[in-house]
Design a protein around this ligand. Structure first.
Ligand code: ADP
Length: 241
């Protein structure tokens, strides 16, 4: 899946929260969006997830030669893009039922094997019979990741997927992101305020400040030879907002 954004502006009421001249995201990238709190990262992720339409400008996706937008996407096209939110919303059901929920909504049948495989990938097979609300925060986030992966999306959008998690859970989720990239070629767009996570995972990084893209480039460029002084400051932890 390819993304093309041009002259994009997003407003909430009178406030402009995003202003992006152009951005292109290639299929199979792990693209990290970094920036301080309030920079507009989650808003951009929601636009990329076709959950909101931009106030102005273009945001289009291309898949198999077909181009579509928030306004024109078919249900089948929309379903190629799956988002994992920062705070997982689980139903008061068992773990297995929570992982299966997207498949059920899509009218799929015979998904039991796929659900078991997804649970194994997030190392939760031993808890598949548990009630979701009895899990720890890290386990809940892994259920949310399994629920997304089992849908086999072309694009996986992750909003601070490991914020507030302990190192064990961070490791499992980061390993899965790498595996999804390497084995399935899924386009992964990751919002994180943690520059170390971006460095560990991303193929390219974009720094967002005050709703604008300061610098976009290969991960090594942003960390080792940034072109904008604000990038150097943010990546080294000096830029405090
Ligand atoms: P980040 O993810 O980088 O922390 P956000 O995208 O959440 O930033 O927010 C960017 C700005 O947009 C913030 O000032 C926030 O208050 C504002 N904002 C986000 N969502 C809404 C909304 N639904 N209504 C009004 N303002 C919003």
């Amino acid at each position: 899946m390819t993304y093309d954004l041009s002259n994009l502006v997003h407003r909430y009421g009178e406030r402009t929260v995003l202003q992006i001249g152009s951005l292109h995201i290639d299929p199979g990238e792990i693209f990290a969006l970094v920036g301080p709190s309030g920079a507009g990262k989650s808003t951009l992720l929601r636009l990329l997830g076709l959950l909101e339409a931009p106030s102005q400008g273009q945001l289009s996706l291309q898949l198999n030669g077909q181009s579509f937008t928030y306004a024109t996407a078919s249900i089948a096209e929309r379903r190629q893009v799956v988002m994992v939110f920062q705070r997982p919303v689980l139903m008061s059901l068992g773990v297995r039922a929570n992982v299966a929920i997207g498949l059920r909504i899509r009218g799929e049948r015979d998904y039991h094997e796929r659900v078991e495989q997804a649970l194994a990938r997030v190392a939760l097979s031993h808890l598949s019979d548990a009630k979701a609300h009895t899990l720890s925060g890290g386990e809940m986030q892994r259920v949310a990741v399994a629920r997304a992966l089992v849908l086999e999306p072309k694009v996986l959008l992750l909003d601070e997927p490991t914020a507030n998690l302990d190192p064990y859970n961070v490791r499992i989720i980061e390993d899965l992101i790498r595996e999804q990239h390497q084995t399935y070629g899924t386009t992964i767009i990751l919002v994180t305020h943690n520059v170390f996570q971006a460095r560990r995972l991303a193929t390219r990084v974009a720094l967002l400040l005050d709703g604008g893209l300061v610098e976009v480039g290969p991960t090594a460029q942003l960390f080792d030879s940034p072109r904008d002084p604000r990038t150097a400051q943010f990546m080294s932890g000096e830029l405090v907002y």
